[in-house]
Design a protein around this ligand. Sequence first.
Ligand code: BGC
Ligand code: BGC
Length: 602
Amino acid sequence: MDERPDRLQPAKSLSSYDRSVESLLSEMTLEEKIGQMTQAEQSALKDPADIEKLFLGSLLSGGNSDPKTGNGLKDWTDMYDGYQSRALKTRLGIPILYGIDAVHGHSNVLGAVIFPHNIGLGCSRNASLIEKAARITAEEVRATGIQWTFAPCVTVPRDERWGRTYEGFGESPELARTLGAAAVRGFQGADLGRPLSVLACAKHFAGDGGTTFGTGLPKEGNRSIRLLDQGDTRLSEQELREIHMQGYISAIRAGVATIMPSYNSWNGVKCSGSRRLLTEILKQELGFEGFLISDYNAIDQLPGNYKSQIEQSVNAGMDMFMVPNRYREFYTSLMEVVKENKVPISRIDDAVKRILRVKFAIGLMDKGRSPLADRSLHKTFGSAEHRRIARECVRQSLVLLKNDKKVLPISKRAARIHVGGKSADDIGNQCGGWTIDWQGKSGDVTTGGTTILKAIQNAVSKKTKVTFSRDGSGSEGSDMGVVVIGETPYAEMRGDREDLSLTSEDIAAVANMKRAGIPVVVVLLSGRPMIIDKALANCDAFVAAWLPGTEGQGVADVLFGDYKPTGKLSCSWPRAMSQIPINIGDQPYDPLFKYGFGLSYE
Ligand code: BGC
Ligand code: BGC
């Protein structure tokens, strides 16, 4: 494992494969080229033979796209191998790239180790740990044959009402810059050609975390939403560069192979159609040599009909298109606009050249190596060793916000500890969105892992009694109360909120505990800071645990003092909704807890 955080340049540049790329390109028909630029959703394939017939360059699994046979490791591996075998039957036998949102572990697959979401990792400030986490994710992804993750998200979320806040490392460009590059190095390894490397994808370019409140998605179904997601980022080019482009600059330096342009607009123009952003800045100025993958149906949001949307986006510089359901229509429409000379063939050649570079770099074109899955990797999938690193990530991501009278750490020899709160025994709430399901869900979403209640039971002495009630009642006579509360899972589109106050159920659970007159510790599970005044006043200690993932034991490590807290806030913690948006550098700046705040034990 290469852990040097100072290493910026990968072993080989992507353009170093250009001789082989050019020679392959010269043999390709227009059909074969357009196929390379097309990415379909596997679950939306109208006929699996479309892979060969349309020469598809890529498939993806979106957030809800499991294999038909089930959601286990073997199902995923068999599914991948099945599709890849089809691509190998084409005239040129160019393998497909398979993309997936392995955004905190191989998070669609049952039994994978689930890491904390990025907002928590950001609080660790630990680039080499984040590199390790990405390395392990890469190994688990590779176990299923897949060689491309749509990660890291290097967004800089500036308004916590946004439902994707947790996908970013924090509100400062510095965190996206340093930790985003670390994740790229972890996924891609020292050399993309090594069998355990996966392609990274820095997303969503640019300004996804900077949209103006009220400009978001107009509708989902017949519900009007219009908060922040996919909205308009109203900033000067200089501000966009200083705040929202830093993660891309460092990801490109670290050799990132792919970048995903964003759904959002920049000053009224959709990023997916912006030549300024995609060609002039990313490719020409920053020297990005890999390829751009459009976001899920993102081109549908450009002005005009489907043909003109395609024309606009290809000419802006998009190389591969995530056209989950409309892939057949995309293929024929792109063919038409090329034949009508609306898209120059030189642009098609440039796009395909970039895609092929990446296929060569990741070793897919290597005749001596099978593009099918290496099933010997199944042995370490979700292994204790992988979980150990995730537990280390959890310990380092927790932020201690309050610790009156040093009630923490808790003694493992306490006679009785009462645990309460709706999230104390809920692995789904610990993991948040993008876990098994697109939006995530409460309850036993996956196999393996430890809930916080179980972790507390594991940590204490044999003589200690651990009791539990969801509403926190019945704690009388305990030495200590621990209440685990917070958000329930959500993801993009549905996670935007106008109000980040705690629910009355959560506030009541803390109050019930406190009523017994015992010291109370609150553990908050959330994808962003919340308005916590009522709970904070009613407790003695408060821990922000973010969305820690499957390894709840890391939370117990901090509660019982096996690990002294080191986490520092990756975002400013607002006092009230009226303070949002609030970010480091604002004038005036008076949050409840400042960016970088975090207590420890002596
Ligand atoms: C999200 C991306 C994701 C893609 C594929 C989109 O809706 O914005 O982050 O990679 O779907 O699931
Ligand atoms: C897919 C996600 C995708 C979303 C966007 C969902 O159905 O599962 O991957 O990001 O749609 O609309």
